[in-house]
Design a protein around this ligand. Structure first.
Ligand code: A2R
Length: 309
């Protein structure tokens, strides 16, 4: 079985390559740069701008994948607020290009479109934990791009019977994540303090946001199980079902580091709109694939900090 992974050199792509390595021949598509480490993880690695329709078609025709894991995206919410069209273009055009290329070139193949819990957006307390049938209420352009990717995916399933599955992962963290994301940033700052490189003041944004945090290794296992056991046309939450305030993750990181740290909120780190809480209901994926989150948040934080030290 051949798997094509887009966003192969991103945070999740490397972990997914490891997860699939024993059962699939994994081919990666990356943009804009790849490292030697990336090359070692894939049977082949191709440079690809997912906005380029002809290039996407060429790659799908060359690789002839049995399954496509479409991870590539502009993933950073603050960047999406600053340059909304770039995010919309990359995420919508990229997803559309892959849906159409799959339909035209490898119509019997499965495509797993990676969406996000951000599509739920602003929710009421009574709607928690969020089930897949909850309506969309996007709070930022990244979320709008993911909603649109989901709608296109559903439309290709309904109109053409395309074998598409939509994964809605909640926040995931782990070693190797870009420091553009909060937990990786905080762990990097704290590890720098441990080495005495700078003063023990942790600069943060909004710590009151509550999220359903997962380890990236649990998330990629869910992607493999969805590719193997998911039902075409369906949407699956990937979540633990627990809300953790970001504040509590920061406190755990500081405890693990074992040094006194002062916390300082920087206005420049606050978003125009920050969702107060996102927590999902994992019943559907559990029932249909047997998946459940296995790695405790504290273990992930330990690994994240160790990787920064
Ligand atoms: O933004 P960059 O330069 O880090 O590149 C990202 C890449 N990417 C693209 N690939 C092909 N053509 C493009 N036009 C394009 N624009 C961006 O997708 C990066 O290498 C990869 C996404 O990786 P990360 O940003 O590390 O995201 P992560 O955490 O691996 O998320 C994977 C998926 C995404 O669909 C998220 O929206 C979802 O999971 O949560």
């Amino acid at each position: 079985m051949k798997a094509l992974i887009t966003g192969a050199t991103g945070f999740v792509g490397h972990y997914l390559a490891d997860e699939l390595s024993s059962t699939y021949e994994t081919i990666g598509a990356y943009w804009p740069e790849a490292t030697t480490n990336s090359h070692q993880k894939f049977a082949a690695l191709h440079k690809l701008d997912i906005r380029d329709e002809a290039a996407v078609r060429d790659l799908v025709a060359t690789v002839q994948p049995d399954v496509i894991f479409h991870l590539a995206a502009q993933t950073h919410v603050p960047t999406a607020f600053k340059a909304p069209w770039d995010t919309l273009e990359t995420n919508i055009q990229g997803t559309l290009n892959f849906l159409q290329a799959t339909l035209d070139i490898v119509p019997n193949s499965r495509i797993l479109v990676i969406s996000s819990s951000e599509v739920y957006g602003v929710v009421q307390a009574g709607d928690l934990p969020l089930v897949e049938s909850q309506s969309y209420n996007p709070g930022n352009p990244y979320s709008v791009s993911k909603v649109t990717g989901e709608l296109l995916s559903r439309q290709y399933f309904m109109a053409y019977g395309l074998d598409v599955i939509i994964a809605r992962p909640f926040n995931h963290i782990g070693p190797g994540q870009s420091t553009r994301f909060a937990v990786a940033d905080f762990a990097t700052q704290i590890a720098g303090m441990q080495r005495g490189e700078h003063e023990p003041i942790l600069r943060v944004g909004n710590l009151s946001a509550q999220r359903d945090y997962l380890d990236v290794r649990d998330v990629v296992r869910a992607y493999r199980l969805l590719a193997e056991k998911g039902i075409a046309g369906e949407v699956y939450n990937i979540c633990r079902g627990e809300a953790h305030p970001l504040q509590s993750l920061v406190e755990t990181l500081i405890d693990l580091a074992g040094i006194p740290v002062q916390i300082e909120v920087e206005a420049s780190r606050l978003r125009p709109l920050d969702l107060p809480i996102l927590v999902g209901d994992p019943t559907k994926i559990k029932t249909q694939t047997g998946w459940q989150a296995e790695i405790p948040v504290e273990q992930t934080l330990r690994d994240v900090l160790a990787a920064c030290q």
